[in-house]
Design a binder for this molecule. Structure first.
Ligand SMILES: *Cc1c(COP(=O)(O)O)cnc(C)c1O
Length: 245
């Protein structure tokens, strides 16, 4: 990692580390308000579109989990920084499953049995099972991917039978047009879907909710998020602000 840090990058290091600290403080305060333990909420730093150097800076400030959604952008970062924990958060095309299964530790967004079957078959034996969140389409938006709530139990059951996958919980992205109250209802809907799933006979109920981004992490934490996916509040605006893919 050292090789990605040059002395002239000190200012940016401190900006990213300050941003990280602010986000950690927001998470902490949201947990206090919600009467939850801050250790129950993990921070996923979304580094999509940002250079390797910025990821190295965040690592130098103590951040371990990073999210990426463009495979071509992500793979060089994953190869350069193997000590980080890498999460794939983008749309999954079936012809990309091998790269995802090979290079990532977590996937936020499995939405079909076909993709789950392929990820399982392609997960290398020398790695831990790939940890997967199932992405839900809660508002039936044509543009958003995700499984329909009525198809969720069958998909989860399928994933739990695959030995190279570990089912973590659910993930969803509210429409950008939603205000905080609509987001709250959306996040509560996601939590209720998780709570309605039957417990796994050995590992018990799945507990994870991947929900909340830079603009709504407090609302998501109030509704039970265990992973918040934060990009711009840590790394600054992307070329297209608010872009999610
Ligand atoms: C880009 C992205 C994020 C981060 O969004 P910010 O608003 O920058 O925090 C979170 N989740 C997904 C799936 C994304 O694509």
């Amino acid at each position: 990692m050292r090789q990605w840090l040059s002395p002239s990058s000190d200012d940016v290091i401190s900006l990213i580390s300050e941003n990280l600290q602010q986000v950690q403080t927001r998470i902490h305060e949201a947990c206090l308000v919600a009467n939850r333990s801050p250790s129950d909420v993990q921070l996923l730093a979304v580094s999509k579109t940002k250079p390797i150097e910025d990821v190295a800076r965040a690592m130098a400030a103590g951040q371990r989990h990073f999210g990426e959604n463009y495979l071509q952008d992500a793979i060089p970062k994953v190869l350069a920084l193997p000590d980080a924990c890498w999460h794939f958060i983008g749309q999954i095309q079936s012809n990309k499953t091998r790269d995802i299964a090979t290079h990532f530790d977590f996937v936020h967004g499995v939405a079909s049995e076909k993709v789950a079957t392929r990820l399982n078959a392609q997960r290398p034996d020398d790695k831990l099972p790939l940890r997967v969140f199932v992405q839900i389409n809660l508002v039936d938006e044509a543009t958003k991917s995700g499984v329909e709530p009525k198809a969720l139990p069958a998909l989860v059951d399928h994933i739990q039978q695959l030995s190279r996958l570990e089912f973590m919980g659910l993930m969803a992205i509210p429409p950008q047009s939603f205000g905080q109250q609509a987001r709250r209802d959306f996040f509560i809907g996601l939590r209720q879907l998780l709570e309605q799933l039957p417990a796994h006979p050995e590992t018990g109920p799945a507990k994870n909710l991947s929900m909340g981004m830079s603009d709504d992490l407090e609302t998501a934490i109030a509704c039970g998020a265990t992973w918040v996916r934060i990009g711009s509040a840590i790394f600054g605006a992307r070329r297209t602000p608010g872009e999610t893919i």
